[in-house]
Structures are given as structure tokens and as C-alpha cells.
Design a protein around this ligand. Structure first.
Ligand code: SF4
Length: 519
């Protein structure tokens, strides 16, 4: 039987929103690789023997070699590298070293990296690079049937364009005993693939889609039951771009999940504007155990919201958030909101920004907030980078001044934050990132949005010392066993036991490595 190995690893420190500059940038995150396990499930159905190695960048050189030597045989045709957000610093070096060694030792084994964008994988020494949802792209590549696009000498398979795998009915993921899944793991679940909306800042490929995007929902119950009975797993990240894009989907999921012999904990993206206008969404989400909800609110200013394709009446939105909070606390016993705002949308004003922030701090004090300036990628090479509608059309849109401006951060700007050297460093780094367009409109510029963001931090409206842990981040504190769901909801981003979490995470990874190396 043909064999393959897929390597997965996410580089990200728990509580990554906090403690500017004080985190371990080489932290190996305990998130299982959703992409690696999905591709593995698909390939097994195609008749392949596929093993996944999670946390491969936590393996020291001798451990990685030991693993590879114990697994690679003449039947091994490929080694895949599943990348979520790219690698940097020491982990990038380790990834490059491991892959170079693999190629030298096993020149006949094809090394294939996969990620959403080429920019995240092109620094890895591989034979091929698959971009986008990769199931069909990979199998076609291995059969010699894929469309290969050359970019800067690299062999790329632009899967979303030439071998698209969205939407898809078959989104079930199956794990194997040799994955050593633990009861505290948070696994990835897909209920649908692709997004029917088209927000103007969004750089995701599968947006604006029509028709039914849902999976075969009849397999949902079995998938979750099997993971519970075999491994004791009760927690999931739902990978859907918008879990409540389709009420029938969440209604059905709620009714299936209620039949399970356990109460799950689900996390994912929710459109708060839909939640606030469609009465039963929160009921079905509660039935699903979907109490950790990430909202792309973007702004509390209706005109600014309309500019990006949203634009609900802010009073209605606020009422919807408060109702949902009460409902989830009552029916799930827990709630965590992450509200994500974009600072600097056209028509946002300082007044509407601070009104929204003050409301959030007053009425959602135990929740999480994520803020970022309006990023517009000036690179619109679609082969390499994902680009947004704003990125393609900002100049003609009428919402921005038509020319880029060059504004330096001055000594006077820095002086405003003289008591916060970390903030000064943050401003400097953000402002100097090469790929960001220096846009401007009547109320903000790229520079003034960054300074405003720093101001909200300085004023305590966006302060990691009080900001609670983000929905997607909760598992980092649960999986190693350091906290349970009740205690983690009390923590602020910077208020956790770093020493204990580090020790527990290291122990988790050590146990995983031992299990894999002795299997
Ligand atoms: S931001 Fe979310 S809802 Fe909007 S188009 Fe992108 S994926 Fe869809």
C-alpha cells in the first residue's frame, strides 16, 4: 500500500494577544493540525496509508530522525507539511533543517507543503507547494494530473483555482489510535466549507459562494460520538467561516448534538448581526454547546459597517449581544465572546469608536476584545498572497483618498507613549510592515489608526491586563490540564500561571513524543 506522512505544527503562544513582545515566539501550540488530519482522512479513503505527526517542530533533531527512520519505507511516496500561519525564527530554522535532512536521506520521497497562501510555505525547502483546500490538489499531484503553476522557480498547485475542494459534503475527520488523541484535546470540526458573504476586507478565497455549502450532516453525530467513545473528546473548534450562515444547518446540528451522551464545548465564528436579528440562532447554538463565539463586529458605526458589507443598527446589535450572553449563561452555564473590531474603517470617527469601546467595556466586562487597524495588503499577486476587495479596489471605491500617503511616526508621536516603551515598539513594528498599504480617508490614515489603537491600549479600553482570553485560545489552557473551563473563563490574557502552563504543555508534548517514538 502506498504510504504518506503528514507533518503538522502551529507556532503560537497562549494568550498571544497580550504582553506585547514578552511572549515566547517559538512556542509549539497544542492545537492538532486540522488540515493534516483532514487530508489524512481523505487520502485513506483513496487507499493510502497515512500517518500524521502533530507537533513535529517540537521534535529535536535526533527525535525527528528516529521517527522518520522508523516510519519511512520504500512504500512511502510523500511527506506533507501542513502549515496554518507560517513559521518564523527558531521553528522556521528547525523546519528547514528537518526538511533538508529528509530530502538528503530520502531523495525519492516527494516533499509537499500545503497552506492557504504560498507566502506561508515558500520558505520551506519542498518539491511542491499546494495552496488552498488541498484534498483534490494533492491526490491529483500524486497521480501526475495536477495543474502546476511556476512561481519564482517553485512548483505550485493552486488548488482553489484548478482543483477546488469547496463546498464539500465529505468533511468528516477520522483519527487513528496512533494519533494519541487525549480527552482534553480540542479537535477541528467542519459543518460547511466556503462563505456566502463577501466582506470587503476579507482575503479568504471561498467567499461569495452560492447554494448549499453544508457537509453531509448525517455523519456529524457519529463523528462526535466516535471521538468521545474512543478518546473522551468533548471540545471542538468549528472551522466554518460563519457557523450561523444557515439556520437549518445549526438547527440540525443542535438536534443531533443533543442526542450525544455528553455536553460538548464548541467554539467558532458567528455573525453577530445575523444572531441579533434571527431569533432562534442562539437557541440552536446553545443546543450545540456553542458557547464560545467569535464575532467579526468590525465597528459599532452603522455607516462604516455598511462599507464593508455589514452595517446592522448598532443598538440592535448591542441588544443581540446582551441577549445572547444571558441566553448562553442560562442554557450552557458558560459564555465567552470575542468581539473583533477593525480600527480605521471609512466613516468611523473617534467618537463612534470610543462610544463602542466604552459600551463594550461596560456591558461585556468579562469578555474578550480583539482590535486591529484596517489592514489592506498592497501585494495583490494572487499567486502568493490572498487579497481582499479593498486591496483590489480601494483606489476606485470612493471610500479612500486615491493616493497612498507616506506619514512617518515622529518623535512627538512616540512621546505620547513615553511611559509605555512596549507600545512604542508595537507602533514602530506595525507601521513599518512593508506589505501594508498606507491608506487614508477623511477620518483616519494608516498612521493615525495605529496611534489610535495604541491610545485605546494606553487608556485601558483595550488592555491585556483585563482583557479575557480569546475564544480560539481557551483550549491552550485546557488541553495541558492546567485549567478547566470554569477557571479559564476567569483569567485575563496576562493573568495566568505561565510557569505551570509551560510545564504542563511541555509534559503533554513529551508524552506525545514518547508515544509516537515507541509506537
Ligand atoms: S469576513 Fe467572514 S463572513 Fe465576511 S466574507 Fe470573510 S469569511 Fe465570510
Amino acid at each position: 500500500m502506498n504510504k504518506g506522512i503528514i507533518l503538522g505544527c502551529l507556532q503560537q503562544n497562549p494568550g498571544w494577544q497580550g504582553a506585547l513582545g514578552a511572549l515566547n515566539p517559538n512556542w509549539v501550540n497544542l492545537k492538532r493540525s486540522g488540515g493534516a488530519h483532514k487530508i489524512a482522512t481523505f487520502m485513506r479513503k483513496e487507499g493510502w496509508d497515512i500517518e500524521v505527526l502533530d507537533y513535529w517542530l517540537a521534535f529535536e533533531e535526533h527525535e525527528f530522525k528516529q521517527f522518520a527512520r522508523s516510519r519511512i519505507t520504500q512504500d512511502t511516496k510523500f511527506i506533507g507539511v501542513s502549515v496554518t500561519f507560517g513559521y518564523k525564527l527558531d521553528l522556521l530554522q528547525r523546519a528547514q533543517d528537518h526538511l533538508k535532512w529528509l530530502k538528503e536521506e530520502y531523495p525519492d520521497v516527494t516533499i509537499i507543503a500545503g497552506s492557504k497562501m504560498l507566502v506561508d510555505i515558500m520558505v520551506l525547502p519542498c518539491d511542491y507547494y499546494v495552496c488552498g483546500y488541498g484534498e483534490y490538489g494533492l491526490i491529483k499531484l500524486l497521480k501526475g494530473e495536477a495543474t502546476i503553476t511556476k512561481f519564482q522557480g517553485l512548483n505550485c498547485v493552486m488548488a482553489d483555482r484548478h482543483h477546488p475542494c469547496f463546498p464539500s459534503k465529505d468533511l468528516r475527520v477520522e483519527y487513528e489510535d496512533r494519533d494519541f488523541i487525549q480527552p482534553t484535546d480540542t479537535l477541528t470540526l467542519e459543518l460547511s466549507r466556503g462563505c456566502k458573504f463577501k466582506c470587503k476586507f476579507c482575503s479568504y478565497n471561498a467567499i461569495g459562494m452560492k447554494g448549499d455549502l453544508t457537509r453531509d450532516m448525517d455523519t456529524l453525530y457519529d463523528e462526535m460520538l466516535s471521538n468521545y467513545e474512543r478518546f473522551g473528546v468533548t471540545s471542538y473548534h468549528v472551522a466554518d467561516e460563519t457557523t450561523n450562515d444557515n439556520q437549518e444547518k445549526i438547527r440540525f446540528a443542535g438536534s443531533e448534538i443533543q442526542k450525544l451522551p455528553f455536553k460538548p464545548n464548541l467554539t467558532g465564528f458567528i455573525r453577530a448581526d445575523i444572531l441579533s436579528t434571527r431569533e432562534d440562532d442562539k437557541k440552536y447554538l446553545a443546543e450545540m454547546g456553542f458557547w464560545a463565539q467569535y464575532y467579526g463586529v468590525e465597528t459599532f458605526n452603522q455607516t462604516a459597517g455598511r462599507t464593508v458589507g455589514k452595517g446592522i443598527d448598532p443598538d440592535k446589535l448591542k441588544r443581540g449581544l446582551l441577549d445572547t450572553k444571558d441566553y448562553m449563561n442560562k442554557h450552557c452555564g458558560r459564555y465567552r465572546a470575542t468581539t473583533s473590531l477593525i480600527l480605521g474603517l471609512p466613516y468611523e470617527t473617534s467618537e463612534s469608536l470610543y462610544d463602542g469601546l466604552n459600551w463594550y467595556r461596560e456591558h461585556m466586562p468579562n469578555e474578550n476584545l480583539v482590535m486591529q487597524p484596517l489592514y489592506i495588503n498592497r501585494q495583490i499577486n494572487e499567486l502568493m498572497f490572498a487579497s481582499s476587495e479593498f486591496g483590489r479596489t480601494w483606489r476606485q471605491s470612493g471610500h479612500f483618498h486615491p493616493e497612498e500617503i507616506k506619514e512617518e511616526i515622529t518623535a512627538e508621536d512616540y512621546a505620547e507613549f513615553s511611559e509605555h516603551p512596549m507600545l512604542q515598539g508595537y507602533i514602530k513594528n506595525l507601521h513599518s510592515e512593508q506589505h501594508n498599504l498606507h491608506w487614508s480617508h477623511d477620518s483616519y490614515t494608516w498612521k493615525s489608526a495605529i496611534l489610535e489603537l495604541a491610545r485605546t491600549m494606553q487608556q485601558g479600553l483595550y488592555d491585556p491586563r483585563i482583557n479575557r482570553i480569546m475564544t480560539w485560545d481557551l483550549f491552550n489552557f485546557i488541553t495541558p490540564g492546567t485549567y478547566d473551563y470554569d477557571s479559564v473563563l476567569e483569567l485575563s490574557i496576562m493573568g495566568y500561571d505561565v510557569k505551570k502552563l509551560t510545564e504542563d504543555t511541555n509534559t503533554y508534548i513529551k508524552n506525545y513524543k514518547e508515544a509516537k517514538l515507541n509506537a
